[in-house]
Design a protein around this ligand. Structure first.
Ligand code: XIL
Length: 358
């Protein structure tokens, strides 16, 4: 009895909290609303999200995705461990499904990510490969994956997160990874050359976090890219992941300056994995959701203002799918809530795009 009463009471509290929260969400789509992706595309910027094949099973997810976004990124289906679980075995089914989905819906797809220190299969982690052998593994992997989707995947994140978080010595800013330990920093150049050989028309990106604005990590990324460009390495773009937090918002002027110096190297830029965490801040939902909305809007504005910024991609369709919830179940970092209702952040992006298209 008492248990029941407590259960009912806590349900009431949950319902109460939900109502309080949803009061800060907008009323949803109006039939006359032009989808965000369409508005963004008209201004030269693709609007994208990370997706998974499981989520695509769900009707509501698929409808919202197809309606609002013009580009998709496999959240993990193209990572090394997922595609290449044994030395002589590839598993392409999930990646194929996403490539076919994109084609059916006139979306583009960003291939993510060929060479990374995470999501590696055991055979690679335990393999203790010497330098030449690991270069061989890398070449074969890249040739097979990029070759399979040649002409179908226009952009690849070739190397992901090669620069360390703290840089003690700017001469050696490298993250200590399996690739770096066995091959040395030349692994970055090798990966780009292998990818270019496998699909000469693909645009090849370096992707990282924490180097969106200015500072030691961003400088290290810039210098690495400058050296690569000077050496004629086929690198065409930079992904700024943009995993940020309302407690430490990115500085729009610094991001603008960074995108400009990358443009001066002849590089395209994309915002590739944006989410805006609320978990490190107190305050009411109203305050936190409006702080979040302002950050999304500022970053889209920075991208729209930069001729070389060609995509604005968020890391998950709705708060229900966010990877950040593994760490903090209550976090709500994306543009739609867990019931797929547009949040203030979505409205802020829409306001900006509508204003600029007038
Ligand atoms: C994350 C995915 O969201 C998780 O589902 C997965 O388990 C681990 O990777 N930087 C990246 C992304 O480049 O690939 C990461 O995605 C998030 C950080």
């Amino acid at each position: 009895m008492l248990g029941n009463a407590i259960a009912q009471l806590s349900q009431l509290i949950v319902v109460g909290a939900t109502i309080a929260v949803t009061a800060w969400f907008s009323g949803g789509f109006q039939p006359s609303d032009i989808p965000l992706g369409q508005l963004a595309r008209a201004q030269g910027v693709e609007f994208g999200t990370a997706v998974t094949t499981e989520s695509l099973q769900e009707d509501a997810y698929r409808k919202l995705l197809v309606r609002e976004f013009t580009t998709i990124v496999p959240e993990y289906e193209m990572k090394f461990a997922d595609l290449h679980p044994a030395p002589n075995r590839y598993t392409f089914a999930a990646a194929d499904e996403l490539v076919a989905f994109a084609r059916r819906h006139q979306s583009s797809l960003r291939g993510h990510a060929l060479i990374w220190h995470r999501s590696l299969p055991e055979w690679l982690l335990q393999g203790a490969f010497p330098r030449e052998a690991l270069l061989g593994v890398m070449q074969e992997h890249i040739r097979t994956v990029v070759g399979r989707y040649r002409g179908q995947v226009p952009i690849w994140d070739v190397v992901n997160e090669a620069i360390a978080d703290t840089i003690d010595n700017p001469q050696s800013p490298w993250r200590n990874t399996l690739w770096w330990r066995a091959i040395g920093p030349e692994y970055v150049e090798a990966a780009f050359r292998f990818a270019h050989a496998a699909d000469p028309a693909a645009r090849l990106f370096y992707n990282d976090y924490g180097g969106e604005g200015l500072g030691p990590k961003s400088d290290a990324i810039y210098h690495m890219l400058k050296l690569l460009r000077d050496r004629g390495v086929p690198v065409h773009g930079v992904g700024l992941q943009m995993h940020v937090d309302i407690a430490a918002p990115p500085d729009p002027d610094a991001v603008t300056a960074n995108i400009q110096r990358l443009a001066d190297l002849g590089l395209e830029v994309q915002i590739t994995e944006m989410d805006v965490s609320l978990k490190n801040s107190m305050g009411s939902f109203e305050e936190r959701f409006s702080a979040q909305a302002a950050i999304y809007q500022q970053m889209l504005q920075v991208c729209l203002n930069a001729p070389n910024c060609t995509a604005f991609v968020v890391w998950g369709l709705s708060d229900r799918q966010s990877w950040l919830r593994e760490e903090s179940a209550e976090d709500a970092p994306l543009l739609f809530d867990r019931a797929y209702r547009p949040k203030l952040a979505y409205e802020a992006l829409r306001d900006l795009l509508e204003t600029r298209s007038q």
